[in-house]
Design a protein around this ligand. Sequence first.
Ligand code: NAI
Length: 262
Amino acid sequence: MASWDIGDFGRVIAADGAYRVLVVGGASGIGLETALFLAGCGASVTLADRDGDGAAAAADAIVQAGGQASSLQLDVTDATQVADRLGVLVRAGGPFHAMMNAAGVTGVTNVPGHLVDLTDFDRVVDINLRGALVLTQAVLPGMLAAGFGRILHVASIAGKEGNAGMAAYSASKAGLIGLVKSMAKDCATSGVTINALAPAVIQTPLVAALPEATVSYMTAKIPMARTGTLDEAARMAAFAISPACGFTTGFTFDLSGGRATY
Ligand code: NAI
């Protein structure tokens, strides 16, 4: 558990579980680390993932450590399931204060765009882009009614810059950045902010599963000449979904060691 308090940002996530955060993709990697960090700050965290067992294990670990957490199995490609399962939670506990969406896949990489398999392309877009819309549609109405909300979708540096050999992934993340820009403007006066996060390379199971050539290519482009840490990702994500981050919407937070300076 992190000892750092998100109150350092000047506004406090009530350290009594009153700030309810949904972390989708919370069973692994960046989503899991952010969920652990937020729970350590006193937030009540719901971990959702296609890997329901992984999400449940993470929630158990948080509770064992004295935090507040629950879990549910959720596949973001199933719009009906997402609406039904999140609808039950919102009706029971009220709207979430914040949602972080870290569910994502790379699909097949190290393949030039003209050779991309269309089935793989559709799967990547279905999860990374359509899934983000499905999730936002499920949680946004409650947030709008409450007059407060924080939504953060994890995009990628690939969506800003375009990584060679990753056409499907880069296109899905660029689409996600556009989705965030548009939906943020829809609700800019509502008290709900919608932002994105664009990491370069963070050591997670997703990166571990990539071909070495792909990881070397991405890492070589980072001016800091290192990969980012999970802790760095979690802290930036936590800020973006905290009450402290109130005057930023439609933005893509950079987490790329200097690769993107815009
Ligand atoms: P990860 O593989 O450790 O975690 C991704 C999680 O998403 C997994 O728990 C997986 O079960 C879940 N997931 C996948 N498909 C799902 C679906 N259909 N429904 C619900 N959950 C699903 O990966 P990591 O690295 O933590 O990635 C998190 C996000 O960050 C992804 O969107 C990824 O594209 C993005 N990202 C990661 C970078 C990195 O270097 N690790 C760099 C840039 C972006």
